[in-house]
Design a protein around this ligand. Structure first.
Ligand code: SAH
Length: 357
């Protein structure tokens, strides 16, 4: 988001949805398939950072604080090698700011393997350049499943929101109680839902309301949960969305830095949804992992000493103090990114409560 979105919440593109009972056409595509295809093209071909700006790009303090979090959590991992993994590293800015801090922690770099999950070859190249100055040999992966099995810390900032979502509409006139939104050209059509995800049974909605379920996000939560249950580690997931599951259509698009119609120009716009933190936490907990939060990004950064770090940076570079203050304020102020953005931690069952929760 993409801070832009928090400010301009949220010009919705109203469209007519074709009547219930629409026949399936060959070209109809389930929304999650459409979104997965569109975002793969978008991240592969476009420069996302001309459309939106993320926390690490706004303030170096963000990545530094996360680096500090990694250092503390690492003390609770078994001695020996560990993996620092990041999913969706963008321009590599978060990792680079975190590594700058971690370099100052004795012995940590020698024990650390850096693994990055990134599907876009373009962004991989940018990440490689951003991390070239560090004494590490990052390994890239297309999927989380190929990350090596070892003690780990996993970071994901604005990774989940780019994953595909399904949208179900509460509808008492069909036996299963739900219709599903499919994409036909530049419109939604409603089909009787089949293959209902189990998560949907836990959700309540009034007639006509939309409930979003992201099998891809739930898969990440379950995968992390299983890895954490069977080994030592912790994951920190930061994104925008409500703390509790709520009905509503949160699909949004940014094209050339402006809100756009999500079904127009697939592959040229950034498509995201709000992350359902309650569902993520529940799925990860169901595997046996522990779940902390979500807390707001503002509280998390405050707990971890962001203001003290700001003062330190301002003293060191007084001519940049105003910009540094503005940057951190964007991340922490409740009416900007401080409240809408949440932080969720998942840990192995016998791990201590991580800092910030
Ligand atoms: N974390 C970065 C970038 C967020 S943008 C930051 O905070 O600045 C989303 C990132 O996730 C991009 O790097 C994008 O290429 C990557 N991404 C999107 N879908 C992905 C997928 N299915 N698997 C792996 N990475 C993905």
């Amino acid at each position: 988001m993409r801070e832009f979105r928090t400010l301009s919440l949220r010009k919705k593109y109203k469209r007519s949805v074709m009547t219930i009972g629409e026949k399936t056409e060959m070209s109809d595509e389930r929304l999650d398939d459409f979104m997965g295809r569109a975002n793969a093209t978008y991240y592969g071909n476009c420069n996302p950072f001309s459309d939106f700006i993320t926390s690490p790009e706004i303030s170096q303090i963000f990545g530094e604080i996360l680096g500090g979090w990694v250092a503390v959590v690492k003390q609770h991992l078994p001695r020996g090698p560990f993996m620092l993994a990041e999913a969706g590293p963008g321009r590599g800015t978060l990792m680079s700011d975190a590594l700058r801090l971690l370099q100052r922690v004795p012995d940590i770099m020698a024990a650390m393997e850096v693994h990055l999950v990134e599907t876009s070859p373009r962004l991989r190249q940018i990440q490689k350049e951003a991390l070239a100055a560090f004494d590490i040999k990052p390994v890239w992966h297309d999927r989380i499943e190929s990350l090596p099995v070892m003690p780990f810390v996993f970071l994901g900032n604005e990774f989940l929101d780019a994953l595909p979502v399904r949208q179900f509409v509460r509808c008492s006139e069909v036996a299963c109680g739900w219709k599903e939104r499919w994409v036909r050209g530049e419109n939604f059509v409603l089909h009787e839902a089949s293959d209902l995800p189990a998560e949907l049974l836990l959700r309540e909605a009034e007639e006509g309301e939309i409930v979003e379920i992201s099998p891809a996000m739930l898969h990440v939560a379950e995968w992390l949960g299983n890895r954490l249950k069977n080994g030592m580690g912790a994951a920190l997931l930061i994104d925008y969305g409500p703390s509790r599951s709520a009905p509503g259509d949160s699909l949004q698009a940014l094209h050339k830095g402006r809100p756009a119609d999500p079904l127009m120009k697939p592959g040229e716009a950034d498509l995201t949804v709000h992350v359902d933190f309650e569902a993520i936490g529940r799925k990860a907990s169901s595997t046996g992992a522990r779940c902390f939060g979500p807390v707001t990004q503002g509280n998390f950064l405050s707990e971890l000493g962001a203001s003290a770090r700001l003062e330190q940076l301002c003293r060191a570079a007084p001519d940049q103090a105003a910009a540094l203050r503005t940057g951190l304020d964007r991340l922490m102020a409740p009416d900007r990114m401080g409240h809408l953005f949440k932080v969720l931690a998942l840990t192995s069952p016998d791990m201590m409560k991580p800092p910030g929760f």
